[in-house]
Design a protein around this ligand. Structure first.
Ligand code: GLA
Length: 401
């Protein structure tokens, strides 16, 4: 698949309502106005990788590839969702959520589990879910399902702030699904700002929008087509290595509670108190946090060359120090970087496969597509997907046009 991405016909709210009505008698007889539609976008991260669970800074943007769900609220305490893609239906009882099943419904059930655990009143619903967000591309399709589910479960009249919805989405991942991820993906999906990235402080959950150099420069995602091998165990290993670094640094400065608190000087002073792997991981995180701020400054100054250098430094650090890149992601970055008009290219998200994010001058997009389409399959034997994406607002309700 190549092409401009955006809400396709498959996400048309009238179609989703119609499909939901076709599912069961109770829905078919519902007043049309009682069927609501929620949307939640995927995300790319511009810079600040593997910093969120170290309580540092990230710079994601919500993108115009999203999930939408038509919902009929019910008072029977049951949730059932049907997927547009496969026709599969799964669900659970809000009063007996049960253990994770290992399937996509866990993202909905986990969200219900986390929201209920926070004492929030929830409602049952029947849902019909469609998506333009590719799975396994590292674009946070699971966070998007969680953030859409949160709105569906809470309802329009019980608004919960973005930071709280994101925090509870992370709790669903950590405590129910069993993935020890940070808060970035859920926050970006819930709190994205159209035409902007956001700089998020993952400790305080305060954020500010960062204008993107639009319309001259576009966000282009290149999906490597390689699955994210070993992602979960390697991801958790990285977290443990960061914890080892923090423990060593605390022997010098007990005020440190996360790598976010560590300066390059303090890290250097603690170097001989930790193993070499922990030191390399911490070196990445400490520098990456600074790159987020430097990128924000460079974007504000319109200094795209500096942004490009920061992207390159981030990718090299993720490849060499944090060791979460892959030959495929390296190939995509190398191919893109050689194209005139590509401002910057780096892996985005957890790594181990998935996608790169590219800042590309609008007129250079055809050249980037051509170069990736020509060189990437030769180098890797895989088929890439190039997606030119908008930066969009975070999750919300879709009102009938
Ligand atoms: C995944 C996780 C995020 C974050 C990134 C790496 O996307 O879900 O919380 O840790 O990896 O920056």
């Amino acid at each position: 698949m190549t092409g401009a991405a955006g809400p396709a016909g498959g996400l048309d709210p009238a179609r989703l309502r119609e499909r939901l009505r076709a599912i069961e008698a109770r829905v078919a007889t519902a007043e049309p106005g009682t069927i609501e539609v929620v949307r939640a976008p995927g995300r790319v991260n511009l810079i600040g990788e593997h910093t969120d669970y170290n309580e540092g800074f990230v710079m994601p943007a919500a993108i115009g590839l999203e999930i939408r769900m038509a919902i009929l609220p019910t008072d029977d305490r049951l949730v059932a969702v049907t997927l547009d893609d496969t026709g599969e239906t799964a669900g659970f009882d809000l009063d007996a959520i049960g253990d994770p099943s290992g399937s996509w419904i866990d993202y909905v059930a986990g969200t219900a589990w986390a929201l209920a655990g926070a004492g929030l009143p929830l409602r049952g619903f029947r849902g019909y879910l469609a998506s333009t967000l590719p799975q396994g591309a590292g674009l946070s399709s699971s966070a998007a399902i969680e953030m859409a589910a949160a709105l569906a479960l809470l309802g329009r009249d019980a608004p919960v702030p973005v930071a709280e919805r994101a925090r509870l989405g992370r709790r669903a991942e950590n405590g129910y699904v069993g993935v020890q991820s940070g808060v970035m993906d859920q926050f970006a999906s819930a709190g994205g700002v159209a035409d902007h990235a956001i700089v998020l402080d993952c400790r305080s959950l305060r954020y500010r929008p960062v204008p993107l150099p639009l319309p001259d420069v576009r966000l282009v995602v290149c999906h490597s087509g390689s699955s994210r091998k070993l992602e979960q165990s390697a991801y958790n290993d990285r977290r443990a290595e960061c914890d080892r670094a923090v423990a060593a640094i605390r022997t010098i400065d007990p005020a440190v509670t996360a790598l976010r608190d560590v300066t390059p000087e303090l890290l250097a002073a603690a170097a001989d108190r930790m193993d070499e792997t922990a030191f390399r991981r911490a070196t990445h995180v400490v520098a990456e946090d600074r790159r987020v701020h430097e990128t924000e400054t460079a974007l504000a100054a319109g200094d795209l060359e500096a942004v490009g250098r920061l992207f390159a430094a981030s990718h090299a650090s993720l490849r060499d120090l944090y060791e979460v890149s892959s030959p495929e992601l390296d190939a995509l970055v190398e191919i893109a970087t050689a194209v005139p008009g590509v401002v910057g290219a780096r892996l985005t998200g957890a790594g181990f496969g998935g996608s790169t994010i590219n800042l590309v001058r609008r007129e250079a997009i055809p050249m980037l597509r051509a170069a990736v389409g020509r060189d990437y399959p030769v180098r890797t034997g895989l088929t890439p997907t190039v997606l030119d994406v908008d930066a969009v607002d975070g999750a919300g309700w879709v009102d009938e046009a």
